[in-house]
Write a protein that binds this ligand. Structure first.
Ligand SMILES: Nc1nc2c(c(=O)[nH]1)N[C@H]1C(S)=C(S)[C@@H](COP(=O)(O)O)O[C@H]1N2
Ligand SMILES: [Mo]
Length: 422
């Protein structure tokens, strides 16, 4: 049996276990290599026919690839109301494979039966309507690439660095191509009453999560999405339909969407309609902070991608994003912000999407370096330093931490998560 056959035959769970189990051995043998497989020899895998088409009717990645979503056991009491993180250090380009999209659920993942699913739109409308999935798919669609970030991303680090790598410092962040119907079109079918100014979106999971969203945003760029990266939205992401609210905090991207109610004010009064608030140093709270502001992080080198023992040319690369528009510029420092060089932005550079940046660097043997990236968006917003952000927001917040992040490269090439006073 070849490796591909073995992985094809294994259950999903079995495959993950197998992959994890071979990680250590695989890493060691990858470094050494098997001389019999190296040039000029014919490698083992070229000596016999491999499996044919549809051996795996729904494909999976190579079983040698081991990056997985992970969670932090001490962060939540259980896994139903919890969060898992995207392994950002392993990502190429800007699209997150759907199987590695971070997950945030308040009541677990419901198994919604598509034939039994309806979207109800009611409240301050002329004609309350219900849509089936087929109804939605008959309407003109759009496909747009947007990042989705939980506003709690980085929230464990207001008081200091504490997470072990970029997966946990920034991994409540993913980016997909979303396909669906502009919410504006559905609202037009229902006919808005003149005093409609807010909407309530409700999810069909056990948490029946609801969020208030200003109507102006709904009429701007909100999508009622059934597609994710070319296929149906994954169950973990809200199958069959979720709200896509470009650039805005993840908690308003209601999953398993089932109801939209139009009103003339936000739904403060409902217990389950609590919104995320930001506690300020003077004791006041910011009630609605919808936009995820300009942010960036270096994804290599990083704690998961150390330079160990290999001085010389290194490409520093990472991701930048802004909830208000396109990324205009990313500067990179290797000396903790004393000096900066402007990185190259890789196409495509899209509004409210992840943007990849790259810049070459010569790492001298034994050099200690403080790597930072500082993004600026097309509106001129610039990422603040951690010191400046703390000054403005204090340390009682959880949400909307978009400070410049620092990785310390030790003389031996190990990379450590640190915060510096600058
Ligand atoms: N119905 C419902 N929608 C939801 C949630 C939920 O628990 N239930 N979690 C929200 C939060 S807090 C975030 S950050 C995003 C996460 O989306 P993802 O799981 O696709 O990454 O979904 C939002 N939509
Ligand atoms: Mo979230």
């Amino acid at each position: 049996m070849t490796d591909l056959q073995r992985s094809g035959a294994a259950s999903r769970r079995g495959l993950l276990k197998a992959a994890a189990g071979t990680l250590a051995a695989g890493a060691a043998s990858a470094a050494e290599g098997n001389p019999a497989n190296l040039p000029p020899n014919t490698p083992d895998w070229a000596k016999s026919l491999g499996p044919g088409v549809i051996e795996e009717a729904y494909g999976t990645r190579s079983w040698h690839e081991t990056a997985v979503r992970r969670y932090v056991p001490w962060l939540t009491q259980d896994r139903q109301s919890s969060i898992s993180f995207t392994p950002l250090a392993e990502m190429h380009g800007i699209i997150t494979p759907s199987g590695l999209h971070f997950e945030r659920h308040h009541g677990g993942v419901p198994d919604v039966v598509p034939a039994d699913w309806r979207l109800m739109i009611h409240g301050l409308v002329e004609r309350p309507l219900q849509f089936t999935l087929e109804d939605l798919k008959r309407l003109p669609s759009v496909s747009r690439i947007h990042f989705l970030e939980c506003p709690a991303n980085g929230g464990m680090e207001w008081r200091g660095a504490q997470m072990s790598g970029v997966q946990f410092t920034h991994g409540m962040l993913s980016c997909s191509e979303w396909t669906g119907v502009p919410l504006k079109a559905l609202l037009a079918q229902c006919g808005l009453k003149p005093n409609a100014s807010w909407l309530l979106a409700e999810g069909g999971d056990a948490s029946l999560m609801t969020r208030s969203i200003p109507l102006a945003k709904a009429l701007d760029d909100v999508i009622v999405a059934y597609g994710q990266n070319g296929e149906a939205v994954r169950p973990q992401q809200g199958y069959p339909v979720r709200l896509v609210v470009p650039g805005w905090e993840g908690n308003v991207w209601i999953k398993w969407l089932r109801r939209i109610e139009l009103g003339d004010r936000p739904w403060y009064h409902r217990e389950e309609t609590r919104h995320y608030t930001d506690l300020m140093p003077d004791g006041r709270a910011r009630k609605f902070t919808f936009v995820n502001e300009v942010n960036s992080v270096i994804t290599a080198p990083c704690p998961e991608k150390p330079l160990r023992g290999k001085p010389g040319f290194v490409e520093i690369t990472g991701l930048a994003w802004s909830g208000v528009g396109r990324i205009a510029r990313v500067d990179v420092s290797v000396d903790g912000g004393d000096s900066w060089r402007t990185a190259q932005l890789q196409e495509p550079v899209l509004g409210k999407a992840l943007t990849r940046f790259r810049i070459p660097w010569e790492w001298r043997e034994g050099q200690r370096a403080f790597l930072q990236s500082r993004a600026m968006d097309e509106t001129g917003r610039v990422q603040p330093t951690m010191t400046a952000l703390r000054k403005a927001r204090g340390v009682e917040s959880i949400y909307h931490k978009n400070a410049i992040h620092t990785w310390l490269v030790e003389p031996d090439g190990t990379v450590v998560n640190v915060q510096i006073d600058a």
